[in-house]
Design a protein around this ligand. Structure first.
Ligand code: NA7
Length: 560
């Protein structure tokens, strides 16, 4: 029988030398929920985050204009506590970054999370110690932390991607990445010549704001986007009341269908042109993701997809006065296959005299010099250069840590030809490590907080199962991984999401294996992991650690 280590209560979570039950990397919305849940289960838990505050991506993305660009309030929030829902007032339909960050800070206080969150601390190494069955972590503060379980809650969009442009370091002006926006001062664009590379969500949100004060703004665009009007506005009282009064039912529907409110069942291809146009116009006026969601076949039937895509192109042509500029902004790939973007005044910004667009697909960026950007057909002198170039999405946060599993094998090597996992939650060879919102899960295609809660509950369940059985080690069986990979790929192949270059596929990062990384059936995914739990965790191996080694490790840690 393994010896349960006795710990002095006050030693747990305060000393970096104590053995934790669970170490969590990341104090964003997933890590905060995992902390709450696992602590409720009686575990000694500590969260580490490199930032100076909680909030994960909402801590870092402080660029002007950053706001929720998925279905927003009152549903972009934690769902597990009716009291929390009742007491929090959302003011706008698409809350901005300060509003989301203040909500997450409220959650940290409300559930007394801060005492177990260690900020301004990067985890610089994570290695599984075979003999003891513990994870040994090194921190940027020079500490060594030992934990039975390791949870990666590093976020899907946390590893900022800076393309390796020749000469970038030589640029003498200001350089910012949207994902690492300055925390300590506002960036003033007044009267400056600003260049921005990238027109994903971050670029699209930022561009109209810079345009208002910059002397000149040059937008370096590689791929045009489908930008839908966000139409952020005060949140209607009726919707606030509906949400607060019906939360359990709405939550239940969101678990079952991925949406708290019913989804349109009508098909675009079956509607008459007149009907369809009326529906599209109304959805365009309503804003948010209404246009995508106004028919049920946009993301499954190429014909329906082209109908809605052409409607957006028509709107872009109408919004932009110069037809040549409009032409450059027209997207011709599957609508929604790259993440749809919600913008405010984006297309209109290109009607301003101080805004110009440069197509870097036609004339690629050759280098950055000390004074600007050189493309194959021109030079653009700049005072400020903004990289809105996105993230090594979904896997980058974890592969940049590159944990070492059994036999010192590195995760990056295991995933060098593509992600392998079981349920997207665990990787064979990496016992006692769980991944939240990682690859091969619905992370970015399911209500974020709800997905974090369901995964957090599942992880708490498997840890409880191991503990009750007297097991120290839980590991995904290698044989389960290929089938899981096929299951995720088959769902992607049936949809239109996998039919374009996007960060869902890893195609934004040179050299990254192309593989559709998102499980597209959120409700099905959560039913599936629930069934695995019900079966007694089929596909996982539970074992006991070497007790002597564990005791030695504990003694060494306590004595050091
Ligand atoms: P995204 O959506 O990944 O957008 C990155 C943008 O940067 C996109 O337009 C890219 O063009 C462009 N990019 C990337 N590398 C280059 C190079 N080398 N040259 C030119 N252009 C480049 O990141 P965001 O931060 O905007 O948004 C990420 C998510 O965060 C978003 O979905 C929201 O949820 C919030 P490409 O399209 O790849 O041709």
């Amino acid at each position: 029988m393994p010896v349960r280590l006795k710990r002095k209560k006050d030693n747990v979570n305060t000393s970096s030398n104590g053995i934790l039950d669970v170490a969590i990397i990341g104090a964003g919305l997933t890590g905060m929920y995992a902390l709450h849940k696992l602590r409720e289960e009686g575990h000694a838990v500590r969260v580490f985050d490199r930032a100076d505050g909680v909030g994960g991506t909402w801590w870092w993305n402080r660029y002007p204009g950053a706001r929720v660009d998925s279905p927003g309030a009152p549903f972009y929030c934690y769902t597990f506590s009716e009291d929390l829902v009742a007491e929090w007032e959302w003011l706008e339909t698409q809350p901005d970054q300060p509003a989301i960050l203040s909500y997450l800070n409220h959650v940290a206080d409300r559930f007394d999370l801060r005492r177990d969150i260690q900020l301004a601390t990067s985890i610089t190494d994570a290695a599984y110690e075979e003999d003891s069955g513990l994870w040994v972590l090194a921190t940027s503060k020079g500490e060594e932390v030992r934990a039975r379980y390791l949870i990666s809650a590093v976020g899907t969009l946390s590893d900022a991607y800076k393309p390796a442009f020749d000469g970038l370091a030589s640029f003498r002006g200001e350089v910012y990445h949207t994902g690492h926006w300055p925390q300590d001062h506002d960036v003033d664009f007044t009267g400056k010549r600003v260049g921005i590379i990238g027109t994903g969500s971050s670029g699209v949100q930022l561009i109209p704001i810079i345009a208002e004060s910059a002397a000149a703004l040059t937008v370096f665009q590689r791929t045009p986007q489908y930008v839908l009007p966000a139409r952020n506005r005060p949140l209607a009282e009726e919707l606030k009341t509906l949400a607060k009064e019906n939360w359990p039912e709405l939550r239940e529907r969101a678990v079952a269908t991925g949406r708290p409110l019913p989804k349109a069942q009508e098909l675009a291809v079956e509607a008459s042109q007149e009907e369809r146009n009326a529906v599209y116009e109304q959805a365009w006026l309503t804003g948010g993701m209404s246009l995508r969601d106004c028919y049920g076949d946009h993301m499954s039937d190429p014909e329906a997809n082209e109908l809605v895509a052409e409607f957006v192109r028509k709107k872009i042509r109408e919004a932009i006065t110069d037809p040549d500029v409009a032409e450059q902004l027209l997207p011709y790939y599957i609508f929604g296959a790259k993440r749809l973007i919600l913008g405010t005044g984006y297309y209109e910004a290109f009607n301003r005299d101080n805004v110009s667009i440069v197509d870097v697909k036609k004339a690629p960026i050759v280098c950055i010099t000390d004074s600007g950007v050189e493309t194959s057909d021109g030079f653009y002198e700049l005072d400020v250069l903004i990289l809105a170039t996105g993230y090594d999405a979904i896997t980058g946060g974890l592969t940049s840590l590159n944990p070492r599993g059994r036999d010192g094998v590195r995760l990056r090597d295991v995933w060098s030809k593509g992600v392998q996992s079981y349920l997207g939650l665990a990787v064979s060879g990496f016992p006692n490590m769980f991944i939240m919102h990682g690859p091969q899960t619905p992370a970015v295609k399911y209500p974020m907080h709800l997905g974090a809660e369901l995964q957090g509950d599942w992880i708490a369940g498997i840890i409880r199962h191991a503990k009750n059985g007297g097991f120290d080690t839980v590991e995904a069986q290698a044989a389960m991984q290929p089938a899981w990979g096929k299951e995720v790929a088959a769902i992607a192949d049936r949809s239109l999401y996998s039919k374009a270059e996007s960060w869902y596929m890893g195609s934004n990062i040179p050299g990254k294996p192309r593989q559709f990384m998102v499980h597209l059936d959120g409700p099905g995914y959560h039913r599936r992991i629930h069934e695995v739990a019900e079966s007694g965790y089929e596909g996982f191996e539970f074992s006991k650690a070497d007790v002597a080694a564990e005791s030695d490790a504990y003694a060494a840690a306590v004595l050091s």
